[in-house]
Design a protein around this ligand. Sequence first.
Ligand SMILES: Nc1ncnc2c1ncn2[C@@H]1O[C@H](COP(=O)(O)OP(=O)(O)OP(=O)(O)O)[C@@H](O)[C@H]1O
Ligand SMILES: [Mg+2]
Length: 396
Amino acid sequence: MNILWDTDPGATERYRFALGVDTQALDSAAMVARAIHDNPQVEQIVIGSDIPIDRACELSEATRLDRPEIGVILLRSRVDVTTLSQALRAGIREVVASDDHTALAEALRRSRELTSRLIGHASGGSAREGRLITVFSAKGGVGKTTLSTNAATHLAHSGLRTLLVDLDLSFGDVAISLQLVPAQSIYDAVSMSGHLDDEALRGLVVTHEESGLDVLCAPNDPGDADRIPVPTVSEVLKVARRSYDYVIVDTPPSFTEHVLASIDVSDALVLIATLDIPAVKNLRVAIDTLDMIGSPKDSRIIVLNRADAKVGLRPEDVEAAIKTPIAVNIPNSLTVPASVNRGVPIVLDEPKSPVSLSMKELVDSHIRTGRDDEVGSAAAAVGQTSSRKSLFRGRK
Ligand SMILES: Nc1ncnc2c1ncn2[C@@H]1O[C@H](COP(=O)(O)OP(=O)(O)OP(=O)(O)O)[C@@H](O)[C@H]1O
Ligand SMILES: [Mg+2]
């Protein structure tokens, strides 16, 4: 989580997009020092432009000794050489102009990466984190759930420890698509907030027997969605990354605060469009919003679902409209709803069908990385022994 140290009560709202929702605003050095001491979740401190530079440097020097993994970022209304060199000497990671929210978001991302590397080294370097992928589209019904369940099933079936999280908290249908009957849901993580660990998370998931995929389902009661605080979702995803090789997150069709929290910690973002003007327009708006909040462009994977539908719009028209290349085209096929109705993911039901082959291409060429062997052993290093043999070795 982030701490924003600023005396201006409006600062949280002003920097909300850059900082994300997992942020606590504090207005005194003493309160910041106490939070650093008491809360192991604190990873970044952003110091507002009203805080005098000497006070900011004092805090950074103290933090460098007590919690060296924490990143300190300084906001200034004017960035000059004197400020930069003073900040550098005190161990402040970045100095950013207070009106440049994109630069702040990017500085936070760089700092977070450094923090996770430092945490990795501190724990002996063995607890390498898995990859987290959020599947999103601002328009409903384009295939998010189809794609996330099949991608996650394919990863799990390849021998990788995979968790699928249904973040469509009100209307999630991952459980029904996979014919799972969950005893617990993500709602049960709320009572464990602040002390969720690998074992507690394992108690909340249900396993899809055919593939070995673990699933953290959405609540049964749509009303529970509003009772799940955003920091709980962030904590669940953080613990999940430590426990699994891959975490795939299915989402509702809008930028809810829960979705933003997931995007915030994602290594890659799968964005889906279909060949209709509203879907393309919504994808364009989603891309603009992601640019605004500083989400890295190179982590986006654009997928065109039902790409061969003869509806007057071509894949090239979509690429021109969104000014981004399409990574994978998935054909339209009646076998998709048929497999959903049977409750068997199409990658298992008809693995050789063109739809399955394109979904596997998405996973194997764009989601998986060359370090699968390493992440597989990392999961084992944190006490997770896979019950299945690894089928993926040498078979990418
Ligand atoms: N390639 C495809 N060919 C044919 N039908 C498809 C294809 N992809 C998805 N569908 C069908 O489209 C419908 C919507 O898909 P899905 O539920 O995955 O979308 P979604 O984006 O998750 O929707 P929501 O926003 O409501 O959660 C489903 O009935 C699914 O079977
Ligand atoms: Mg869905």
